[in-house]
Design a protein around this ligand. Structure first.
Ligand code: ADP
Ligand code: MG
Ligand code: MG
Length: 538
């Protein structure tokens, strides 16, 4: 038993050191990265996707290199680059400083006598911007942004593609497309176990970035017929791009496993925080903060016609900073406009009346589950099922369909009761989030202290921060599973499926990893890594 304890200690120590090196961007452990020469097919790729939006706005490395190009170009381009920079600061400024920032932008970029005047603005544009500057600050900024974009899309963009900056971009793309294998990562302890295998912490050797790797055992998948579900989960994860949903960074295969590499959530799940840390329930300030982040994640899914169907505190994970994300999209389903589902899916205690009655439903079920989850975070029990109550599913169903939600003896304040009651309307047409096309739960007074725009940009301080020296997970020993799948043979058809699954790095996520870890700046510094200016394909 002592030896087991020792193993656990060793596992935890290695894992915590991995987290620390990620946090502090320690460079000693990194395997250095050198950029390859772009091959021919990079050029082909670029030709197929040569849009300004993709190359200079959406892809983080593309945006950075384009900006660097502008700053070394003529004064008009320099002014445009500086304007875009200040515009982004302005959009995230707090209300108190926002007006001042706007005035600064107008005087720097919109006054013809200013050195950084955006000379592509017409006299008409200038008049419009300055005359409306009091009331319509946003409109003026939008007008300048559009004019800047229109300008940049033409000559500067074409010149950029002939510049060494774009050659460098192609080199990064080449690197992004490399084949991913187990050797790309260091592996640390197991953090959890799912239906098809374990989830463990991993670290990218080049960048020091920590991730969680969900490993699906090939034989187990085949035996249980889970291949299609795994692919659906992977495709949905890959599509979403939100600060409040675990994002996919890599999908690859080893000899024995299919692997999904996602954000590492080292702060534990909300179920753990409600029940396992002494007093049941979570303090109100945290409940509001988590609910706001959960809503933002759900709205993102719904905007892509994806219904989550498994919202519950257990599936909401905290990262090292105390921000939360939705995880386990294994039950999520894509329902294009007009399409509905009547499949019974979800977890007992969180399923909406329309699911229990096997009626057709779409996004309404997620708002019901959010009502249950907010109730649970506050009270340490579910609205229709008490903590540790032994009760048949049929009774929970009966209560869900017939009973009113009660708020006994707990510290529910007015707005909290109100928002829960509105999410727990049994009829969909009366439910918060479902009452009209643009019924927006974010406007409820429950969220009066949340600035959602700043929240989405990660600028609102979390009300609680996980301790850096604590592992918020059970001992590794508890996840051990020695069962072996025999009598399953993998064939050529399986191989084809594995290839379809193993698409490697996910572009935007990978580019952010390079930037955030500092590797982009290190490698890009021409003094350290000069490659000459040959540029053969443009
Ligand atoms: P399954 O779909 O098979 O239930 P999950 O995606 O729920 O698998 O993962 C299993 C467990 O692994 C979770 O309960 C959680 O403890 C842990 N886990 C999953 N994803 C992460 C992550 N991104 N970061 C940290 N732990 C995770
Ligand atoms: Mg799960
Ligand atoms: Mg799942």
């Amino acid at each position: 038993d002592d030896l087991v304890g020792l193993d656990s200690l060793v596992d935890n120590t290695a894992y915590l050191r991995g987290l620390e090196s990620d946090r502090n961007k320690l460079r000693i452990l990194r395997v250095p990265l050198t950029l390859p020469k772009p091959k021919r097919f990079s050029a082909l790729w670029a030709a197929a996707e040569k849009t300004y939006e993709s190359l200079c706005e959406q892809q983080p490395i593309g945006r950075k290199l384009f900006q660097q190009f502008l700053l070394t170009s003529d004064p008009q381009c320099v002014a445009a680059a500086k304007f875009l920079d200040e515009l982004s600061d302005w959009s995230f400024a707090e209300d108190g400083t926002k007006e001042k920032a706007k005035q600064r932008i107008l005087s720097k970029f919109c006054q013809p006598q200013s050195q950084t005047f955006l000379s592509y603005l017409t006299a008409e544009d200038v008049k419009l911007c300055l005359s409306h500057s009091d009331k319509k600050g946003k409109a003026a900024m939008e007008l300048m942004r559009e004019a800047t974009r229109k300008f940049l899309k033409e000559r500067p963009f074409l010149e950029y593609m002939k510049s060494p900056f774009f050659y460098r971009f192609l080199q990064w793309k080449e690197c992004e497309r490399q084949q991913i294998t187990d050797r790309y990562f260091y592996e640390f302890r197991t953090l959890g176990r799912g239906g098809f295998g374990e989830v463990c912490a991993v670290q990218v050797k080049h960048t020091g970035q920590m991730y969680a790797c969900k490993k699906l055992e090939k034989k187990r998948l085949k035996k249980k017929g889970g291949e299609r579900l795994a692919l659906v989960e992977k495709q949905i994860l890959e599509k979403v791009n939100s600060a409040f949903i675990v994002n996919l960074a890599y999908a690859y295969q080893s000899k024995t496993h299919l692997c999904l590499v996602m954000n590492l959530m080292s702060g534990g799940d909300l179920r753990f925080h409600i029940y396992e840390l002494g007093q049941r329930g979570i303090r109100m300030e945290r409940v509001v903060y988590y609910a706001a982040q959960i809503i933002t994640g759900i709205l993102h899914l719904h905007s892509m016609d994806i219904v989550y169907r498994d919202l519950k505190p257990e599936n909401v994970l905290l990262d090292g900073k105390g921000q939360c994300r939705l995880s386990d999209l294994g039950l999520a389903v894509e329902l294009p406009k007009g399409k509905m589902s009547c499949q019974r899916a979800g977890t007992t205690g969180y399923m909406a009346p329309e699911v229990l009655k096997q009626e057709y439903y779409r996004t309404s079920v997620d708002w019901w589950a959010l009502g249950c989850s907010i109730y649970e975070m506050v009270a340490g029990r579910l609205p229709f099922k008490d903590f540790r109550e032994k009760v048949q599913n049929s009774e929970v169903t009966r209560r869900t369909l017939e009973d009113d939600c009660k708020f006994e003896g707990k510290c529910f304040d007015g707005p909290t009761k109100d928002i829960i009651n509105h999410f727990l309307k049994k009829r969909v047409v009366f439910r918060l989030g479902c009452r009209s096309r643009d019924d927006d739960p974010r406007t409820h007074t429950f969220f009066r202290n949340i600035n959602f725009h700043r929240l989405e940009a990660g600028l609102v301080e979390p009300p609680w921060i996980p301790k850096p020296n604590v592992v918020y997970s059970k001992d590794t020993e508890d996840f051990r599973d020695n069962s072996e799948i025999k009598d399953v043979k993998l064939d050529a058809k399986d191989e084809k499926f594995y290839k379809e699954f193993s698409t490697g790095a996910v572009s935007v996520c990978w580019q952010w990893e390079m930037i955030d870890s500092g590797v982009f700046d290190e490698v890009n510094n021409p003094e350290v890594n000069g490659h000459g200016h040959e540029n053969v394909w443009t």
